[in-house]
Write a protein that binds this ligand. Structure first.
Ligand SMILES: *Cc1c(COP(=O)(O)O)cnc(C)c1O
Length: 416
């Protein structure tokens, strides 16, 4: 989104204020051209004959977004059977979907198998049970390389105390399970966490995975997961994708030569593809001056965008209605009956009540983490594609809130 003659436009033509007027606030808006930019950036950095980018759809799972990302040539990374089903509904071939659950039941893995998707198993117990039952269904195995990547402890999932993956120290045990069950291990996987700050650490993890890979003779692919960091504010550090792609490609090429087979390299980015494509628009209900602060209270809260409160994430916030006023300092808060601060002491073009504020980086882990807390409706979603906009999710209604509630007649019964 950029300023065109003093007012904001998405893809140069779509007026966000018009979208807010038409579909009401709060509102999520996604710009597909940014998804494409990011996909191309990653794709162009990889110089290998065989690679696949599987979009981690837990970041943003609107079926139109999935369909769009499919047109770019991506596969899908899923973490639940429901995501698998949404992916199939969006038109992904089963073979283009990889299912990477954690601590799910054998039953759910069987359901995924019956849908024909790639299965990634992350513990020895389930691997052994699966292998005894279905030795002919090839699997991928999630290895934990014990590196500390990831911006904070909630999103760092590859370190030694993490619940994810099978420790690379357990490879001898893993091999025994594979040999006794006759399983075919077609892939090895790692995912070390979101927000990689240091390429060296990622490459170290990759090295451990490739070392482990030498021990398995039937491999078709190696999946290096994701965790690529995108900038959340000006001059923020982000993963240097060009350098990462080039270095991994080189290392992978050498590995394939040693291994004696051209394997497929896979990545599974979520945030990297969609974070910057999303904008969240919310209206200012009240400007409230206290003794120490000026608050701008908006028509949303942690129910719609929880990342600042949950992870301490920074989202840039700006005034869409009046971009050119003198900047003043505001603390932006929500309407939830708990402290839900979106940003403290932010410099924002002077706000009047009724102005629309925009939150950047609202494409990943925002709408998908929204809830109905305080009995609020979850927001509508709009997709901007080729200069046109489309409503891709309706705002919820009272009916949605009450949908699965069952009114029972317990009064009369207790009288009897
Ligand atoms: C969440 C997740 C991803 C995506 O992580 P991002 O930080 O959004 O890129 C990839 N792979 C797996 C297994 C995941 O759980």
């Amino acid at each position: 989104m950029e300023l065109v003659n003093g007012s904001y436009r998405i893809q140069g033509v779509v007026d966000p204020l018009e979208l807010c007027e038409k579909f009401d606030c709060p509102l999520y808006v996604y710009d597909t051209s940014i998804i494409k930019r990011q996909y191309d950036k990653l794709s162009n950095s990889i110089v290998l004959p065989k690679y696949k980018i599987n979009y981690a759809c837990k970041a943003l799972n609107n079926i139109n977004i999935l369909r769009y990302i499919k047109t770019l040539g991506a596969g899908l990374d899923t973490v639940s059977i429901q995501e698998v089903k949404i992916g199939l509904k969006a038109g992904f071939a089963p073979d283009d979907i990889i299912y990477t659950p954690n601590c799910v039941s054998l039953k759910e893995i069987e359901d995924a198998m019956n849908l024909g998707v790639k299965i990634n198993i992350d513990n020895l117990s389930i691997l052994e049970q699966f292998g005894h039952l279905y030795p002919d269904y090839p699997v991928c195995v999630r290895i934990n390389p014990h590196i500390f990547a990831g911006g904070n402890s909630k999103i760092s999932v590859g370190h030694i105390d993490s619940k994810f993956g099978i420790s690379f120290h357990q490879v001898p045990h893993l091999k025994r399970v594979v040999e006794t069950t006759n399983l075919k291990v077609e892939g090895l996987h790692m995912h070390t966490g979101s927000d990689i700050l240091d390429i060296e650490v990622f490459i170290q993890g990759c090295e451990i995975l490739l070392n482990t890979a030498k021990e398995f003779k039937d491999l078709e692919y190696i999946d290096l997961g994701s965790g690529f960091k995108v900038p959340y504010k000006e001059n923020d550090i982000s993963t240097d994708i060009q350098e990462l792609g080039e270095r991994i490609s080189q290392r992978f090429k050498a590995f394939c030569t040693d291994y004696g087979k051209e394997l497929t390299l896979m990545f599974e980015p979520g945030k990297f593809l969609v974070s910057e494509s999303g904008y969240f628009f919310s209206k200012v209900n009240v400007v409230k001056q206290t003794i120490s602060m000026v608050f701008a209270g908006i028509d949303s809260g942690l129910n719609h965008l929880i990342r600042p409160m949950f992870y301490g994430s920074h989202h840039e916030i700006f005034n869409v209605s009046q971009p050119n006023n003198k900047p003043r300092i505001y603390t932006i808060v929500g309407y939830i009956c708990e402290t839900d601060t979106f940003g403290a002491n932010r410099k924002i073009s002077e706000i009047s009540e009724g102005d629309i504020l925009c939150f950047k980086n609202a494409g990943a882990y925002c709408q998908t983490m929204a809830s109905n807390y305080n009995s609020r409706y979850r927001p509508a979603e709009v997709m901007v594609h080729d200069g046109e906009y489309y409503l891709i999710r309706a705002r919820e209604t009272m009916e949605d809130l009450l949908r699965n509630q069952i009114e029972v007649n317990f009064f009369e019964k207790s009288i009897v």
